[in-house]
Design a protein around this ligand. Structure first.
Ligand code: FAD
Length: 392
């Protein structure tokens, strides 16, 4: 009787090290949390350091909460591919951490879009991302050339926070701001505690990611109360704006590509200083610009929506004129650095880390000799025996 390799108890190099490798993960945003739970599920030991007293406190808790499918990125093919793939995987892995949006509309303006509606539509069709065409019911859109309905979803922040805090409770170091790591030959101490590998998942706040060029952008979104069944309306493609629901029925964010950024800085320290000292007058001026912009396409906005307050965050962005929001993972020795694009791309990060470890000396299979000639002999002997048996 033959035994399948899957049942025989044989292990891959990664599996052999599950119980010996220890990962230190810095940052309890979506990326740190997802990487930590994924590595634990594979049998690795992990510890996650987060400077705040709760998870998802920075960008992961202050954004537009859109579970992307690719519709935002007509001008970047890799981003569309990662989003399309990530959306499906997100639903499988975290089925209760997002919800559907009854009417989720992408609209291409007549004059202000960088690409025309026909081109936008063709790009989405050729990317294999499913949508239906049609004008929204009960909502007046103006200055728009065409609209599509999508199945994009809303991320449920509070549920995600509770989920990760429960999943990771034994390995969380909350309220610990990491101040020192050292890349040594045989390990990486985090503030004196030794790990085999470290993942910097701080979106470039602990250390600038190597090999990629980034800038730090403080951001301003605005919260509004509005009709709970109002659709999500996203204007594409280019310097446009969107109204998107949150996890709380009747609470929306208003975002604007030209007006949301509060500047661009070389260092996270400068960006945090700007975010933490935003003048109410700046918020009021930005609010006026953002409302004026959305009214151009959604004339009912001022009558249906009531301003609630600002949301401030920092976006770490790859430098480049293209619209690249892919996830990048780089490695220096035993330290991995994760540069997220969006939340749907978390799966890509874990896979890159695992394949970089598998491909490294840490799990070397270089000493194994070829067994091909033995296999030929074994197979030939069996063939000879079968032939002899048949003659008997
Ligand atoms: C305005 C805005 C809108 C966005 N809209 C969307 C959207 O709709 N959909 C989407 O998918 N993405 C969106 N994004 C992008 C998304 O928010 C990010 O891709 C994602 O949150 C990044 O997660 P992260 O874990 O890499 O970083 P973060 O969430 O920033 O987490 C990093 C963590 O590291 C911690 N940390 C930093 N330094 C240290 C230290 N020294 N020691 C310990 N801990 C430390 C921080 O406290 C933080 O919790 C948006 C971003 C912004 C700013």
């Amino acid at each position: 009787m033959t035994t399948s390799p899957l049942c025989s108890g044989s292990t891959t190099p990664l599996e052999e090290h599950h119980h010996s490798f220890r990962f230190g993960i810095i940052g309890g945003g979506w990326y740190g949390c997802h990487i930590a739970t994924s590595l634990r599920a594979l049998g690795f030991r992990v510890k996650l350091f987060e400077q705040h007293d709760r998870l998802l406190h920075e960008a992961s808790g202050n954004n537009q909460f859109r579970l992307h499918m690719g519709f935002h990125y007509a001008r970047h093919s890799d981003t569309r591919t990662q989003s399309h793939d990530g959306f499906q995987r997100f639903l499988e892995r975290y089925p209760s951490l997002s919800r559907s949006v009854q009417d989720n509309i992408y609209a291409v303006p007549l004059c202000d879009s960088l690409i025309d509606y026909g081109t936008y539509r063709t790009i989405m069709v050729s990317s294999g991302i499913h949508f239906t065409e049609g004008a929204p019911l009960g909502v007046e859109l103006t200055n728009v050339a065409g609209t599509i309905y999508t199945a994009e979803r809303v991320l449920l922040l509070s549920k995600a926070r509770a989920y990760f805090e429960a999943e990771l409770k034994e390995v969380l170091a909350l309220g610990h701001r990491v101040s020192h790591i050292e890349n040594m030959d045989d390990g990486v101490p985090i503030d004196g505690e030794r790990f085999d590998f470290v993942v910097d998942a701080t979106w470039g706040h602990y250390a600038r990611p190597p090999d990629v060029q980034v800038i730090y952008e403080p951001t301003l979104l605005l919260y509004y109360e509005g009709p709970p069944d109002f659709p999500a309306v996203t204007l594409v493609d280019g310097p446009l704006c969107s109204v998107y629901p949150t996890e709380e029925p009747g609470l929306f964010t208003l975002s604007s590509v030209p007006h949301t950024p509060l500047g661009q800085f070389d260092t996270p320290v400068e960006a945090r200083a700007v975010r933490d000292s935003v003048d109410p007058q700046v918020v009021a001026a930005k609010r006026a610009l953002m409302e004026e912009q959305i009214e151009l396409y959604l004339p009912a906005f001022p009558t249906l929506f009531r301003y609630v307050g600002p949301q401030l965050a920092i976006k770490t962005k790859l430098i480049g004129a293209h619209d690249d929001r892919t996830c990048q993972v780089t490695r220096r020795g035993r330290i991995f650095s994760v540069m997220s694009g969006k939340i749907d791309t978390v799966f890509f990060a874990t896979e890159r880390i695992l394949s970089m470890i598998e491909g490294s000396g840490a799990l070397s299979v270089n000493d194994v000799m070829s067994s091909l000639r033995d296999d030929i002999r074994v197979v030939n002997n069996q063939t000879k025996k079968r032939a002899a048996g048949a003659r008997l």
